[in-house]
Design a protein around this ligand. Structure first.
Ligand code: CP
Ligand code: NVA
Length: 307
């Protein structure tokens, strides 16, 4: 049996494959908006394993699989044997004999990698401590929808160098754009943890105001990610000057977009005037999780269609 393709990091797909997924995203989205049924995954089953909470990821995968004609099954650590210490390798063997596709949200990247190594079917990373490739798939699609190709553009990342930041940095290498990163001292990018080939596609700025200067897109995320709650108090202090507010947005290009993967904390990493203001495309970004992941599931299960 040939080893299945997985989507565990953004760079697992080539630029050309990701561009194909974007083309399919557009086609699938347009068709969906016209209320035209498209059921290429009839009789296929997706198992979604959640070891952390979720609104968007669960809903977009579950609704997306249903809309493609298939079925989605939700498993969580709390009410599956994973929460009672069943080895991830054993779980992968069993689960992948009963379904066609797996989506997993967990803690260390190593867990989803181990699952994938023992899976007979494709595995999608639905967020780990290190990466969130489905999010950036939708974010780049959203950028293209609003502004055209992202190659050569400048993205400003303000805040924590977390899973979403790491994935933006991988995307910069794949698509050929630049990321201006500004984190508080002690929270800088770790290129190896981010899975980068080098440091050519990003620049670090001590001052967030300098990082956003001339940016085409400004983006941020929570100061404390899931699994790091014990650091919450210290992070609130350390990140205080890293709030994206209207004054910061004025440093970016006049037509700059603002994105946030959500959930957001208004008054912490972003001011209400920005996330609810004219630059913000956060609702399109959230919606595009649905369309982009439908294209991703189609690609993983059926290969290239519609050529
Ligand atoms: N952005 C995102 O992944 O949201 P959820 O945690 O709600 O899935
Ligand atoms: N960085 C956040 C993203 C949530 C979608 C977290 O990992 O909690």
């Amino acid at each position: 049996m040939a080893a299945p393709r997985h989507f565990l990091q953004l760079k697992d797909f080539s630029r050309e494959e990701l561009e194909h997924v974007f083309e399919r995203t557009r086609w699938i989205k347009e068709r969906f908006k016209r209320y035209e049924a498209y059921h290429p995954l009839h009789d296929r089953t997706l198992v979604m394993i959640f070891e952390k909470q979720s609104t968007r990821t669960r809903l977009s995968f579950e609704a997306g699989m249903h809309q493609l004609g298939g079925t989605a099954i939700f498993l969580s650590t709390r009410d599956s044997q994973l929460g009672r210490g069943e080895p991830v390798e054993d779980a992968a063997q069993v689960i992948s004999r009963m379904c066609d596709l797996v989506m997993m949200r967990t803690f260390e990247q190593e867990i989803v990698e181990r699952f994938a190594r023992h899976s007979r079917v494709p595995v999608i990373n639905g967020l780990t401590n290190e990466y969130h490739p489905c999010q950036i798939l939708a974010d780049i699609y959203t950028f293209i929808e609003h502004r055209g190709p992202i190659a050569g553009r400048t993205v400003a990342w303000i805040g924590d160098s977390n899973n979403v930041c790491n994935t933006w940095l991988q995307a910069a290498e794949v698509f050929g754009f630049n990321v201006h990163v500004s984190t508080p001292p002690g929270y800088e990018v770790e290129p190896e943890r981010a899975g980068l080939y080098g440091t050519d596609h990003y620049e670090e700025f001590a001052d967030p105001m300098e990082a956003v200067a001339g940016a085409d897109l400004v983006t941020t995320d929570v100061w404390t990610s899931m699994g790091f709650e014990a650091e919450n108090e210290a992070r609130r202090r350390d990140f205080e000057a890293w709030q994206v507010d209207a004054e910061m947005m004025r440093q970016a290009r006049p037509d700059a977009l603002f994105m946030h993967c959500l959930p957001a904390h208004r008054g912490e990493e972003v001011a209400a005037e920005v996330i609810d203001g004219p630059h913000s495309v956060v609702w399109d970004e959230a919606e595009n999780r649905l369309h982009a992941q439908k294209a991703l599931m189609e690609f993983l299960l059926l290969g290239r269609v519609g050529q």
